[in-house]
Design a protein. Structure first.
Ligand SMILES: Nc1ncnc2c1ncn2[C@@H]1O[C@H](COP(=O)(O)OP(=O)(O)O)[C@@H](O)[C@H]1O
Ligand SMILES: [Mg+2]
Length: 344
């Protein structure tokens, strides 16, 4: 186990910058999730750490040693990909053994590690099968097993669950979390799925356009997004972002530079509000039922601005209703569009 330090790490593909200066320390035993839209540089960053991609500038340290120019095989890092990368002609056991034999791990030690990993991952019964005789979830477990048996200083995961169906993805997500807690191996996990990121991370790193937007625990980032980008990216349904002038006359005391307000769907109450709430009228355009809650699609009166409110599904509402919306002062996230940042 070891800490991973990234110091002003950059990657250019020719003249094109893909990673624009990342500063981050993953603590020993910590699980950090890098989340951001497709193309924001997540895989490039991970591949630089693994040594699969050369670093353009900056420093990379693992357990205090500079490893930016160390051969990938000597970095003591295991990577798990979405496409498993298992050898099809080898059995599960042979796939697990392969990396260890190459590293000249003694035979009895290999046997012990495979037995341990098979136990943890519950793959003991298909050790003699080939990958094509396994389901997607089982293959993903074998890919995890191959990382575990190496007993590396760190795990890197690049969207390992993207090829699985929704139910299995949820199940594997829980397993990965449980496994990481049990093994306490320093881990960097990449995903574009904000829900996966929220549930897996000790700390979240939200990336956009090759840079870090915000670092924090999932709840910190959710409660206090520091940028407009993070506000719109973390949370489902996404936070509503409304220009101040679309809300009509507003008497609330907001920080001076504020011209944009973020409101989580769950923070909007329809019907009765208190005196110190933000209030505005809207039309109910569409109601989506998602179980205990309904997502109510609203259009603010006199504007084309559309919002989503999540309200208990037992609240009586019909499409075409005109409603008054209330948001408590704690539910308002003030931003400035020029800086893209919070104003409070
Ligand atoms: N080998 C490459 N050559 C040129 N450009 C690349 C290469 N790999 C990635 N890129 C570019 O770098 C940016 C970041 O890509 P990537 O790290 O794969 O993003 P993510 O994993 O977040 O989707 C993208 O604009 C992508 O097109
Ligand atoms: Mg990627």
């Amino acid at each position: 186990m070891a800490a991973i330090e990234l110091i002003d790490l950059k990657k250019n593909y020719g003249p094109v910058p893909a990673v624009k200066g990342i500063n981050l320390t993953v603590a020993d035993g910590e699980m950090i999730v890098l989340v951001g839209p497709s193309g924001c540089g997540k895989s490039t960053l991970l591949r630089m750490i693994a040594g699969l991609e050369a670093i353009s500038s900056g420093h990379l340290r693992i357990a205090g040693s500079e490893v930016g120019h160390v051969d990938p095989a000597d970095r003591d890092i295991a990577m798990v990909f979405q496409n498993y990368a298992l050898y099809p002609h080898m059995t599960v056991r042979q796939n697990l053994e392969y990396g260890l034999k190459n590293r000249r791990v003694p035979r009895h030690e290999i046997g012990r590690r495979i037995a341990d990993a098979a136990d943890i991952l519950e793959i003991g019964e298909f050790l003699e099968r080939r990958p094509r005789q396994l389901s997607g979830g089982q293959r993903q477990r074998v890919a995890m097993g191959r990382a575990i048996v190496r007993n590396p200083a760190a795990f890197l995961f690049d969207e390992p669950l993207s090829n699985l169906d929704a139910k299995l993805r949820l199940q594997m997500r829980v397993e990965i979390r449980r496994l990481q807690r049990q093994l306490k191996t320093t881990s960097l996990y990449v995903t574009h799925d904000q829900l996966e990121a929220m549930t897996l991370a000790d700390r979240l790193v939200v990336m956009n356009g090759g840079r870090i937007e915000q670092v924090g625990t999932p709840i910190e980032v959710y409660r206090r997004p520091e940028t407009v980008f993070v506000a719109g990216f973390i949370g489902s349904p996404p936070m509503n972002l409304v220009c101040l002038d679309e809300l009509g006359p507003c008497t609330l005391a907001l920080p001076r530079e504020t011209n944009l307000i973020g409101i989580r769907p769950g923070a909007i109450k329809l019907g009765k509000g208190a005196a110190d709430d933000l209030g505005f009228d809207a039309n109910v355009e569409l109601i989506e039922t998602v179980g205990d809650e309904n997502n109510v699609h609203l259009r603010i009166d006199g504007t084309d601005k559309r919002l989503v409110a999540s309200v208990p599904s037992d609240q009586r509402l019909r499409e075409g209703d005109r409603v008054t919306c209330y948001v408590g002062i704690d539910g308002l996230h003030p931003f400035n569009t020029a800086t893209g940042r919070r104003t409070d």
